[in-house]
Design a protein around this ligand. Structure first.
Ligand SMILES: Cc1cc2nc3c(=O)[nH]c(=O)nc-3n(C[C@H](O)[C@H](O)[C@H](O)COP(=O)(O)O)c2cc1C
Length: 150
């Protein structure tokens, strides 16, 4: 793994903070990484990336109906990923529910991503969560597999 891009959707900044920390951790591990908001995708970085990381926040009724935040924006703005290796994360307050599974279903079915795993990061543990995410991503076999959306 040499180049990574983190594409995130954020409302109040937590998912941006996680994405930027993930990019820094990857850089520190020798993987050149760029983090960008979904409305300002760094296309050269995306083209060069051998791993795409997509992050979003959890939108729902706290314990019910959770889904990726502003999912329509993710659907529309992320280009075709042509089987690129892709890892997912979401941030949440109380319970992420099926947010990651729904995100996986979308990026696999609509964008053609090859999803290798995902992690839900509680909003009061952003830094620790970002470190865990990178540790697992760089482990010989990714330890987290997202369950299919139902
Ligand atoms: C409209 C709205 C709905 C939310 N719904 C949920 C929810 O159902 N479950 C949950 O755990 N967190 C929920 N949250 C909390 C956010 O997912 C959490 O604060 C997240 O880290 C925000 O990311 P951001 O700062 O990148 O926007 C909600 C937040 C908002 C603004």
């Amino acid at each position: 793994m040499k180049n990574a891009v983190v594409i995130y959707e954020t409302l109040t900044g937590n998912t941006r903070k996680a994405g930027e920390r993930i990019a820094r951790e990857l850089d520190g591990a020798g993987v050149s990484a760029v983090a960008c908001p979904v409305l300002e995708i760094d296309y050269p970085a995306l083209a060069a990336a051998d791993i795409v990381i997509i992050g979003t926040w959890t939108d729902g009724m706290v314990l019910f109906g959770q889904r990726p935040g502003r999912v329509g924006r993710l659907w529309a703005k992320i280009p075709a990923l042509d089987r690129k290796k892709t890892a997912l994360y979401c941030t949440f307050a109380v319970a992420p529910g099926k947010t990651l599974a729904k995100l996986e279903s979308m990026v696999t079915g609509h964008h053609g991503a090859d999803v290798v795993g995902g992690l839900a990061i509680r909003r009061n543990c952003i830094e620790q969560g970002a470190e865990t995410f990178v540790d697992r991503l760089l482990a010989p076999a990714p330890a987290v597999k997202v369950a299919p959306a139902r």
